[in-house]
Ligand binder design. Structure first.
Ligand code: GLU
Length: 505
């Protein structure tokens, strides 16, 4: 094992957004590429935002994608516990240490005090300018402070931002990013209930868990200056930081949000999330009929590229090729068509039997496994999602529910009816009814009668499947079998004639 240790650190505040999956993926790829360790840490210190079921959802999603953590809650590891709520007692002492050093201070401001500060100046933040007017350890005398602490009144601990200092972050994606402490607030690091805020818990755990690289979403970049300062105050070596680009809406404008799922009719979560109320019910990539490897491949390219033309990468190939250097800085547009294209490529690569098992519950038990596998084989090049197999190919699981009237008007000629009917007879007498023999019988009939292919084949296709877009006609006929084909030719011709007379009426 190398010293590379990375963590995916979601907060269980709801279902994991697809952007979170990408963060997990990049952490996983980076760790595995370096022979390092991929850790799952659950950041659940904010009890107000805790959502039951969210942690299980995260684990289920990671398992679905095969991004199994080496360490984490339920996964073992020497640096646990891996749920911050179970590490409660770890944090306060570091906050107090920073107070003792003069890098942090106690504060007793009530919500009303803080509101008042903001009403006096809407842009006010708790910082060097305002802290001198507030109720904190810096404005109380030593005796008052002692009394206050002894009285047991709840306090928070705030970080004391040094005056006018440039804090430089070396980000492996963005290069050098500098924040001036004048623009940073005195963030709360320990709350009134003794629980750490995200900032404190994050750096303490990254330190204690020996995290070498922090790879996370761009939204955390502005907090990193605070983190870098805390590492310095504690005398700890900071991990290396990489902030990932935003995932943008399909339109390319603005950040992809959970509401975009419903708006654009696409999944923005990996799996279904069903908290028991309609409003928050979200379908996932899995329910939309995506294969996990296809989603992984798609997400890998949302913000990274290998620098070659190759687009299809298995998870192992991604591990081999991944490097932080090739992560882009600019936002990555969520291109749903591309996601479907990937899925199609992976569906084509998937064994027919595997696809059959996936659609088993969608089709009648009358169709045995062998039939189902063959049907998947016929349809897989024509669909973008698993669910499309029985939908787009519904004519393989029952007579056509619809006939394409436009095509019928274009292709059907009444003069050919006698041939069509004669052909039914020919097919009825074939000894073997496979693709080869039906094809040679039909083509033989066409040749013998000096007809064109166009006189017979399109109508035969429309009568059997209702559409011109189906799979190979002869393969399809073989699968349906002689009896079914003969019934469909007879019924189909009737339907076609009905459509024609309706159009003429
Ligand atoms: N708990 C934070 C989140 O929900 C983690 C940010 C980080 O990786 O430091 O995204």
């Amino acid at each position: 094992m190398s010293d590379v240790r990375v963590r995916f650190a979601p907060s269980p505040t709801g279902p994991l957004h697809i952007g979170g999956v990408r963060t997990a993926l990049y952490n996983y790829l980076f760790a595995k590429h370096a022979g390092g360790t991929f850790i799952l840490r659950v950041e659940d210190t904010d009890q107000n935002r805790y959502v039951p079921g969210a942690e299980d959802y995260i684990v289920e999603a990671l398992n679905w994608f095969g991004l199994t953590p080496d360490e984490g809650p339920g996964f073992g590891g020497d640096y646990g516990p891996y749920r911050q709520s179970e590490r409660k007692d770890f944090y306060a002492k570091y906050a107090i240490q920073m107070v003792e050093q003069g890098n942090a201070y106690y504060a007793w401001d009530t919500p009303a005090d803080l509101d008042l500060m903001r009403t006096q100046d809407v842009n006010a933040k708790y910082d060097a300018k305002t802290r001198v007017k507030m109720k904190n350890g810096l404005t109380l005398s030593a005796d008052e402070l002692k009394l206050k602490l002894e009285s047991g009144v709840k306090y928070v601990i705030r970080l004391k931002m040094p005056a006018n200092e440039d804090v430089m972050i070396t980000d492996l994606v963005r290069g050098e990013v500098t924040f001036n402490t004048q623009d940073l607030d005195d963030k709360v690091i320990l709350k009134g209930d003794g629980m750490p805020t995200y900032h404190l818990a994050n750096i303490v755990d990254d330190h204690l868990m020996k995290i070498s690289h922090v790879i996370r979403g761009e939204e955390w970049l502005s907090s990193t200056a605070h983190h870098v300062l805390m590492y310095r105050f504690m005398g700890w070596e900071a991990p290396q930081f990489s902030h990932l680009p935003l995932i943008l809406k399909p339109t390319g404008k603005g950040k992809l949000s959970k509401r975009d799922g419903a708006k654009f009719g696409l999944p923005v979560f990996p799996l279904e999330w069903n908290p028991g109320n309609e409003e928050e019910l979200y379908s996932g990539f899995r329910e939309f009929g995506f294969l996990p490897d296809a989603v992984i491949n798609f997400l890998a390219f949302l913000g990274w590229n290998p620098g070659t033309e190759q687009e299809i990468f298995s998870l192992d190939e991604l591990v081999n090729s991944f490097s932080i250097k090739r992560i882009v800085k600019s936002g990555a547009r969520f291109d749903y068509d591309k996601a479907k294209w990937y899925n199609q490529q992976y569906i084509i690569k998937t064994a027919n039997e595997v696809l059959a098992a996936m659609i088993r519950s969608e089709v009648s038990a009358d169709y045995n496994d062998e039939y189902l596998a063959k049907a998947c084989g016929l349809m897989k090049e024509r669909v973008e999602t698993i669910g499309d197999i029985p939908k787009v190919g519904d004519f393989l699981f029952g007579s056509p529910s619809e006939y394409d009237a436009k095509m019928i008007r274009k292709k059907y000629k009444e003069d050919n009816d006698p041939h069509f009917i004669a052909l039914t007879g020919t097919l009825g007498t074939l000894e073997i009814f496979d693709a080869e023999s039906t094809q040679s019988a039909i083509k033989g009939y066409i040749g013998d009668n000096e007809l064109s292919f166009g006189a017979i084949l399109p109508v035969l296709r429309l009568a059997t499947s209702g559409t011109m877009k189906g799979p190979d006609l002869f393969e399809m006929m073989e699968l349906l079998g002689r009896d079914e084909v003969l019934v469909r030719m007879r019924d189909g011709l009737n339907e076609i004639k009905k459509i024609i007379s309706a159009a003429q009426a």
